[in-house]
Design a protein around this ligand. Structure first.
Ligand SMILES: Cc1cc2nc3c(=O)[nH]c(=O)nc-3n(C[C@H](O)[C@H](O)[C@H](O)COP(=O)(O)OP(=O)(O)OC[C@H]3O[C@@H](n4cnc5c(N)ncnc54)[C@H](O)[C@@H]3O)c2cc1C
Length: 411
């Protein structure tokens, strides 16, 4: 049962500590607030500091934002995105896939720069009176039969009724729940991203769509923005980037390397990369296919900490947002029984998220073909995008609409 505390007005409150102020962290704080749980969000990074390039929040994730009343707070920084267009290294068309049914008000998938979305969600949480603390690295987590607590790197200890680990793919809370929990799995790709401002290429790319090129040496993606910029990413098949390689490589070195990767392919990438600001350099991509224990006692996990997909899935942020809504609904419906709430969350979520992670890993492997596969790749991919990976076959991913089940108020 929850350990309820009396506020100065004599009301009973349930308190949570959320470790991690990425996408899942502040979204779950807002969802929990809507069902009467007060949270403190602890984020290791200082305010205003964040890495990451662009990702897409699909209609299922946008619906979760709407469900917690946070869509309007982030809409202006999102780029409407309706489809993915696939092209081969020679420029030949491979196919296209729609990004799902828009919300009932017409809002389609939205693409965001990762740190901007995290900062906007944290700012919205603060506006609603939620305690969001930056530069607050959690170094230990404890659970007893009556409470849960975290210890910050500076030694301060904070206590609550339960702790949610929204601390991403390399989660500390996951290891506290289960010291034998699996670690993230390297997917054989390094991820780079950037933005090219005010470029003529923005007019040549289809608006509101990612153009993906299955290139000879790497996989490329580009999305034009309404402002006339183009955001892009590159996935390069390679071993993980070591600390020493990272330290020895400047942004200019990376840019010239990426231009080299794009040089023999059709399309604007070599040009775009040459004139760009690098926003993400040499991020090793991982996934987390199956975490056996999602909770223990008063500790539970959400987001990438339990089901990080390959970035190729396009679902990492969307699943984290779905989790936020479903966890709050389960806590609300369990009426104080934490173990029942966490069990209900796992039973509603496990099958869906593991299926999406598995699908993401398959899609990631098409970016790392061997020499023989590469020769027949365009032909095979044309068949795949005509018959197997279609908007219809993906409807179970995009059409999901998480619900809080309770009337919620936005203060
Ligand atoms: C640096 C970075 C860049 C990324 N770039 C991309 C990208 O370009 N494209 C893409 O598709 N996906 C990217 N992702 C993944 C994507 O953001 C996630 O799939 C998705 O947002 C899941 O959200 P989450 O909140 O579960 O995890 P995350 O967004 O990873 O958030 C976890 C947060 O917890 C914080 N944290 C971790 N440990 C502690 C601790 N001990 N104490 C306090 N805070 C802690 C981290 O600083 C982080 O802010 C990136 C993730 C990270 C961390």
């Amino acid at each position: 049962m929850f350990v309820c505390r009396k506020t100065c007005r004599g009301e009973l409150t349930v308190r949570a500590i959320i470790v991690g102020g990425g996408i899942a962290g502040s979204a779950s704080a807002m969802a929990l607030q809507a069902v009467g749980v007060e949270s403190t969000v602890l984020e290791a990074r200082p305010e205003g500091v964040g890495a990451g390039s662009w990702f897409t929040v699909a209609p299922n994730g946008v619906a979760a934002l709407q469900e917690i009343g946070a869509l309007e707070a982030v809409r202006a920084i999102g780029v409407p995105t309706r489809s993915n267009i696939m092209v081969g290294a020679t420029g030949a068309a491979i196919g296209s896939v729609g990004l799902g049914r828009p919300l009932s008000d017409g809002t389609p998938a939205l693409s965001f720069r990762r740190p901007e979305l995290a900062a906007a969600l944290n700012a919205e949480a603060v506006r609603r009176g939620i305690d969001v603390r930056y530069a607050s690295q959690v170094s230990a987590v404890r659970t007893t039969s009556t409470s849960a607590s975290v210890v910050l790197a500076g030694g301060e200890e904070l206590e609550a009724d339960f702790v949610l680990g929204a601390d991403g793919i390399h989660s500390l809370v996951r290891r506290c729940i289960d010291p034998h929990a699996p670690s993230a799995r390297y997917l054989g790709l390094a991820n780079f991203g950037g933005i090219t401002r005010n470029t003529r290429h923005s007019a040549t790319l289809q608006p509101e769509a990612w153009t993906f090129v299955f290139g000879r040496r790497a996989f490329f993606g580009a999305l034009p923005t309404p402002e006339g910029d183009v955001v892009w990413f590159v996935n390069e098949p390679r071993p993980p980037i070591s600390r020493s390689e990272r330290a020895a490589t400047t942004d200019a070195d990376w840019v010239s390397h990426l231009q080299g990767l794009a040089a023999s392919d059709a399309g604007p990438f070599a040009d775009l990369i040459g004139a760009s600001e690098l926003q993400l350099a040499g991020d090793s991509t991982f996934d987390l296919p199956r975490v056996p224990m999602w909770s223990r006692g008063r500790l539970a996990l959400i987001g990438d900490s339990i089901h990080a997909p390959s970035p190729s899935s396009g679902q990492g942020a969307s699943m984290a947002l779905e989790d936020a809504v479903v966890m709050a609904a389960c806590i609300d419906e369990s009426r104080g029984a934490l173990s029942a709430a966490f069990a209900a969350f796992e039973s509603r979520r496990r099958r869906r998220v593991e299926k999406i992670v598995a699908q993401g890993a398959r899609s990631s492997s098409t970016k790392t073909p061997g020499p023989v596969a590469r020769r027949v790749q365009d032909h095979i991919l044309r068949l795949v995008f005509r018959h197997i990976v279609t908007e219809k076959s993906q409807a179970w991913v995009f059409d999901y609409r998480p619900r809080l089940h309770t009337a919620h108020r936005t203060p």
